[in-house]
Design a protein around this ligand. Structure first.
Ligand code: KG4
Ligand code: ZN
Length: 321
């Protein structure tokens, strides 16, 4: 059994996963409410909260799985990319647990973790496939030809898709994080009411700054009453532009790479319009789309483990290698 720990952003998470990919427990303590008043994640506040939560969350994950630490074979932890202070809390906790129990440690790349969310459960996905990873921090098109690695085909030139959702939500007065709020509001709106630009970056890259600016101007041009009346239309049109950009690039990448199967992971994979627009595509289960530790433990099955005690000097990294 693998104990996974994730603390790269504002979720403190721990999970117990078996070597054959069964999730025995997956505990996620979200800090959303703590950061909402600032309209985004404040790194120092996130680090302090991780410090308070990491021990109880690990204990809860072991408790829900019904296992003792003595039954754990290795500890997996997110090493990066993410907020350095936040990552250090998870890595330090993982080192301490592994060291105290003389276990090996598996440092895991957060992006590999998101992809490995597809390898859990009863119907794990088999490579090769094209993967769209769309979260608050990343928007990537990946060619996955074997478990444990991927080739990067495209990325965002500015904001990540989730970030675009969050910034749009802020402009619409929906609070933080705003992806799910836009998703809900958009159901009552007309996606063709506003003609927001669908990003046209070269090749397989994304750009979301244009649509964000278009929303900003549309909101500015409306009176407070008009804004109230048209909020759902704005949300629906804005979401539509982002989803179309994601869908078009993803299809193009799959065609270009001759990959028949497509999968979507990351927080934005929870979006209902995206799911409806890609009916033939594999989506990770909702609970595994947003940041969690089960996906980190899953990725550890395909990553190199460091034997006790060779990991004590290990450091985190902030940006993708
Ligand atoms: O994967 P994740 O939990 O964290 C990162 O690694 O960034 O993704 C969080 C992002 C946020 O930007 C959030 O607004 C977005 O995923 N998100 C959504 C939905 N649910 C979460 N975006 C669009 N529609 C949703 N239903
Ligand atoms: Zn993530």
């Amino acid at each position: 059994m693998i104990l996974g720990i994730e603390s790269s952003c504002d979720e403190t998470a721990a999970a117990v996963v078996t070597d054959d990919g069964r999730v025995l427990s997956s505990v996620v303590a979200s800090q959303d409410e703590l950061h909402a008043r600032y309209g985004g994640v404040v790194p120092e506040i996130a680090s302090r909260r991780h410090l308070e939560l990491v021990s109880p969350v690990v204990r809860q994950a072991l408790g829900e799985a019904g296992v003792e630490l003595s039954a754990i074979g290795r500890v997996a932890v997110t090493r990066g990319p993410g907020l350095v202070g936040a990552l250090l809390v998870g890595l330090s906790a993982a080192k301490a647990i592994a060291w105290a129990h003389r276990l090996p440690l598996v440092p895991v790349d957060h992006l590999q973790g998101h992809v490995a969310s597809l390898y859990l459960g009863d119907e794990p996905l088999e490579p090769p496939f094209l993967c769209l990873l769309a979260s608050g921090g990343h928007t990537l098109l990946l060619a996955v030809r074997e478990r444990g690695s991927f080739e990067r085909l495209g990325s965002t030139l500015d904001d990540a898709a989730g970030e675009a959702f969050d910034k749009g939500a802020r402009l619409l007065g929906l609070g933080y994080p705003g992806g799910a709020a836009i998703d809900r509001l958009a159901r009552d709106g007309d996606p063709t009411a506003f003609a927001f630009p669908v990003a046209r970056a070269p090749g397989l890259d994304f750009s979301f700054s244009g649509v964000k600016t278009a929303l900003l101007y549309a909101v500015r041009d409306l009176s407070a009453d008009e804004l109230d009346a048209r909020r759902a239309d704005l949300a629906a049109s804005y979401q539509h532009a982002i989803v179309q950009a994601l869908v078009q690039r993803t299809r193009r990448a799959a065609d270009r790479e001759r990959l028949q199967r497509i999968a979507v992971v990351g927080g934005v994979a929870a979006n209902s319009e995206l799911r409806a627009a890609l009916p033939d595509v594999s989506f990770a289960p909702l609970s595994l789309c947003t940041d969690n530790a089960a996906m980190i433990a899953s990725a550890a099955r395909y990553a190199e483990q460091l034997p006790y005690p060779d990991y004590l000097g290990l450091d985190v990294y902030a940006s993708a290698a």
